[in-house]
Ligand binder design. Sequence first.
Ligand SMILES: Cc1cc2nc3c(=O)[nH]c(=O)nc-3n(C[C@H](O)[C@H](O)[C@H](O)COP(=O)(O)OP(=O)(O)OC[C@H]3O[C@@H](n4cnc5c(N)ncnc54)[C@H](O)[C@@H]3O)c2cc1C
Length: 392
Amino acid sequence: MAHTADIVIIGAGVTGSSIAFNLATRGITNVVVLEKNFIASGATGKSSACIRQHYSTEVTARMVRRSLDVFENFGDVVGGSAGFTRTGYLMGVPEQDLDALKKVVAMQRRVGINTCFISPEEIREIEPRTRVEDLAGGAWEPDSGYADPSDTTSSFIRRARQMGVQVHQGTEVTGIQLVGGAVAEVVTNKGRFSTPTVIDAAGAWGDRIAAMVEVAIPLTVCRHNICFVKRPAEAADRHPLFYDFVSQVYTRPEGADLTLVGSLDPIELNDRVDPDHYDHGVSYDRTVEMTGHVTHRFPRFETGYFHSGYSGFFDVMPDWHPILDAVPGISGMYMAVGFSGHGFKLAPAVGEMMAELILNGKQPETDIDAFRFTRFAEEQPIRGMYDEGLMG
Ligand SMILES: Cc1cc2nc3c(=O)[nH]c(=O)nc-3n(C[C@H](O)[C@H](O)[C@H](O)COP(=O)(O)OP(=O)(O)OC[C@H]3O[C@@H](n4cnc5c(N)ncnc54)[C@H](O)[C@@H]3O)c2cc1C
């Protein structure tokens, strides 16, 4: 069967879904979302979905500030639920990151983020169960928290569908046909879609979509391990998100008495995987290491126990920031890939930025130019105030 659409979006993760929603709210409803599996079946469904605002570049700080507004008012702005839970966000850093941290906090306050620098003693006042002797200082964001990634994505998709967007699950894109250097048709296992515009929002498969039009992007896919520990009854109260840059792990509460633990160590980049075929488990060694870091930071959790674990994957770019741009030389092709392990929290802003880019072109002075396709060839990657990695 032949289909036509003004715009085809490849991938129904949180990125593609937010773009679909944002196009539809701007009146572009002849949009088709193609998803080879099911909604949120990629990295999104496995996401820890932490919404911290601590970014060390002004563009990402502004994006996360804007995105938090959406998460906080999700029912009104989008409809449905994002499952946003405000816990506050604590971070602790070693001595060598202290100067950068102070500069980042000052920049963030300028862009309207509710954050402050705090001493180790103040960290313990906010969360008395923490060990702080090896921390030099930290930051506190009372408004941050975490959300439900599947609910968020389904809500974007539901609202987009209500406005006319079509979503085809179980539909795998196998090719993109160009005519005279312009997008003409998207080929799938379920038929062809004529369209002048296609958006690659395929996450860890984003380079494979790009390769369909003979474009290469520097994407690395690596495993990201997650463990859950059960807090003991005597220390079961919920804790804030805690990003521990000494032990290199982050923690957030999950449900009533579990703590989710993920790694902040860029060494995970060495654990490269194929997102279609990889080990979804967590090794015994990683489990011991990660849970050990939790009990180091929260000694009172020592009488709790390991609950479960799994692995997802990150789509990492060389500067740990995505490409949000039109693809040079191919009329009608756009890209929103390479979120490098922190794309969930940015998705509301990314949807807005991509919709504006497609409808109005790249406006001078917009933040989106920082995420341009050509920045790697130009040797102008995005640089934050810390070393590269998840700190952004
Ligand atoms: C374990 C884990 C923890 C994380 N924690 C956080 C966090 O705390 N905070 C945060 O902000 N971010 C976090 N992230 C990162 C965040 O989840 C991702 O950046 C974000 O979900 C990426 O969304 P996406 O839509 O770009 O990609 P995906 O969710 O991977 O979606 C891409 C979709 O494209 C589809 N697709 C691929 N190829 C094709 C094809 N040929 N045809 C049709 N469809 C196709 C896939 O099936 C997939 O559903 C985490 C990620 C993981 C894995």
